[in-house]
Design a binder for this molecule. Structure first.
Ligand SMILES: CCCCCCCCCC(=O)SCCNC(=O)CCNC(=O)[C@H](O)C(C)(C)COP(=O)(O)OP(=O)(O)OC[C@H]1O[C@@H](n2cnc3c(N)ncnc32)[C@H](O)[C@@H]1OP(=O)(O)O
Length: 284
């Protein structure tokens, strides 16, 4: 299935901040904030359509918002080297000013979500977060992202496996939308509907548009569409359309597994801003 495995492949070169890709990143207004993202771009041997170590313009655009908080170097150089050699598929997206990434590890359709904007100073972050929320009392109900799938997600030759796509959109729906928007832990998938209108090519930049069309109490109805190409075109038809019903676990379940229990009216109020939603009252 995969064209190249890490075992067959030559070792990835050591990533060095003095390399041209880093200089390229440093020319950007956000300077070192890009360093980490640049460093984890896959090697060109695994991902030949983008120059090694550079960010695609659409990702730069995505990351260039002035309200981005400094990125934290969450991984060591050694980890970065290893990860870059694994040909991971990676997507970036922003929700409420926070940057997230979803990546696939090797062949397994096992995605991990990593929150990029982990500030080193949590009190400063909390203050910033509170200020932003005060200015934008309504939760973000839609967001855009971009990324790519590599050969570890291959199904039909040159195209992404349907299971990888289903896993990916499940993550976006579950974590990226309902979990975050409802200000709770990730919600659980109750139903997931994926329409594969066209194949998703490996290697090229894929845009995503996701959001939540309705929120009622513990339930939310997120959607996620995938498009080919870096640029948004008004008449572009989605390759993939997905939607689902996601349900936040009951409080008694959360208490049993030792997770924080959300009962605050504020969260419910925020959730109630969804189209068609609005009951908001806690049914937890
Ligand atoms: C750190 C990174 C972590 C990243 C995580 C990303 C998230 C990825 C998302 C996933 O993949 S989760 C894994 C796959 N999903 C599961 O394993 C879920 C398994 N199912 C469950 O755990 C429970 O069924 C669930 C928590 C989803 C719901 O349990 P409940 O006991 O709350 O269900 P309940 O029967 O009360 O139904 C909840 C609501 O849905 C409604 N409902 C049930 N079945 C339905 C159906 N088929 N269609 C429409 N509505 C339905 C039901 O009427 C009710 O509405 P109301 O509250 O308004 O009355």
């Amino acid at each position: 299935m995969a064209l190249l495995t890490p075992v067959d492949a030559p070792a990835a070169p050591l990533l060095d901040p003095s390399d041209p890709p880093f200089a390229y990143a440093h020319n950007l207004p956000l300077e070192k904030k890009f360093e980490y993202l640049v460093a984890v771009q896959p090697d060109a041997r695994y991902f030949p359509r983008l120059p090694s170590g550079t960010l695609h313009p659409v990702l730069i655009e995505l990351l260039s918002s002035p309200d981005l908080l400094p990125l934290k170097h969450a991984w060591t150089n050694e980890e970065r080297k290893g990860r870059a050699a694994n040909g991971q598929s990676r997507f970036y997206f922003r929700v409420d000013g926070r940057m997230f990434s979803v990546l696939f590890v090797k062949r397994a359709v096992r995605p991990w979500v990593r929150r990029y904007l982990q500030p080193s100073d949590w009190s400063a972050y909390a203050a910033e977060d509170a200020r932003r929320r005060a200015e934008e009392p309504k939760p973000t109900l839609e967001f855009w992202g971009a990324g790519y799938f590599t050969e570890f997600c291959e199904g039909p030759p040159g195209f992404c496996h349907g299971g990888s796509i289903a896993t990916f959109v499940d993550m976006i729906l579950g974590f990226g939308t309902s979990g975050i928007l409802m200000r709770t832990q990730p919600c659980r998938t109750l139903t997931l509907n994926v329409t594969y209108k066209q194949g998703v090519p490996l290697g090229g930049v894929i845009r995503l548009h996701a959001g939540v069309s309705r929120i009622e109490g513990r339930k939310s109805w997120p959607y996620c569409n995938l498009y080919a190409g870096a640029r948004k075109e008004e008449d572009a038809k989605p390759l993939i359309m997905s939607e689902g019903l996601f349900v936040a676990p009951r409080n008694e379940y959360l208490a049993r597994v030792g997770m924080e229990v959300h009962t605050g009216a504020k969260d419910d109020e925020a959730a109630g801003h969804g189209k068609g939603g609005g009951k908001g009252g806690s049914k937890l």
